[in-house]
Ligand binder design. Structure first.
Ligand code: OGA
Ligand code: MN
Length: 280
């Protein structure tokens, strides 16, 4: 088949219909899907009905699926699938409702080698609400004034799982898990390894401090860059349909979940992440 990508968000995001990810794809289609993701940053493949293993295998189109590290939420039939559910609770912490990713973030930035891409497959979606919002971090970087670009060139930021600046509750982890996740340092502006384009690399939920800056100055800079990046003009808001497989590039976007769907309605996502590289 020849892949046709329709526009979703104008400046970012596209949709593909009529493709069955449960079947092997030919080489031209694989190339077209990869290119569409690089061009559009967020790609929605509609109308899928996939068992866990075929879903995991299909995501090899985009990269190397990684084993999940949260045993409680890992799919019993597939080590690479994490289940995100409206029934999730913070079992190690206060037992309260847990909405993964309710504040703006990019996935995995607390790791030295963050995942490149994330896939969410909408197994059950609420009748209304529960959208996922995205921002285009290439555009946010491109639009910065020249003096700001000069000021932030070469700066690095400490990211950590339980940042003091975080905007949402994160699942409590065991002391052993925390010891395996020491703070890491990433560039504030990163160059996408495949497109060569520069993007702001922010994670309001995990950034702790700009290296070498006093706390107040670091906070002011990170707050200002974040406020700039999340402006509506850089956003795309995905309204889920059941069967959507949404793929996004964490190297040039941020995203956030919305827990605004009606009480008692189910939202269940099967999540895969694929291997990334050290941000430069
Ligand atoms: C994630 C995430 C958002 C959502 O899976 O990394 O942030 O809308 N999900 O569920
Ligand atoms: Mn996320």
């Amino acid at each position: 088949m020849t892949i046709a990508v329709s526009d979703l968000g104008g400046h970012m995001a596209g949709a593909v219909e009529g493709l069955d990810l449960g079947r092997p794809q030919d080489e031209a289609d694989v190339r077209a899907l990869r290119q569409a993701l690089l061009d559009r940053l967020v790609l929605c493949i509609r109308g899928q009905a996939l068992e866990p293993l075929p879903y995991r295998d299909a995501m090899r189109i985009f990269g190397k699926p990684m084993k999940q590290i949260t045993p409680a939420a890992t799919h019993p039939d597939c080590d690479e699938i994490l289940i995100l559910s409206s029934e999730d609770r913070d079992t190690l912490g206060d037992g309260g409702k847990l909405v993964v990713g309710a504040a703006w973030h990019t996935d995995d930035s607390y790791k030295a080698v963050p995942c490149a891409l994330t896939m969410l497959y909408g197994v059950a979606v609420p009748s209304t609400g529960g959208d996922t919002q995205f921002v285009n971090m290439y555009a946010a970087y491109d639009d910065l004034p020249a003096d700001t670009k000069a000021r932030i060139a070469g700066l690095r930021v400490i990211h950590q799982y339980d940042s003091s600046r975080k905007g949402n509750k994160v699942a409590k982890r065991t002391a052993e898990d925390m010891a395996r996740m020491p703070p890491v340092s990433h560039p504030l502006v990163r160059t996408h390894p495949e497109t060569g384009r520069k993007a702001l690399y922010l994670n309001p939920n995990r950034m702790e401090l700009v290296e070498g800056l006093p706390r107040a100055e670091s906070d002011a800079l990170l707050d200002a860059l974040t406020a700039h990046a999340i402006q509506p003009k850089y956003q795309y808001r995905h309204k889920w349909r059941q069967g959507d497989v949404l793929v996004w590039d964490n190297r040039c976007t941020m995203h956030k979940a919305n827990a605004d769907y009606p009480d008692g309605e189910r939202r269940r996502m099967h999540r895969v992440i694929v291997q990334g590289t050290v941000p430069v």
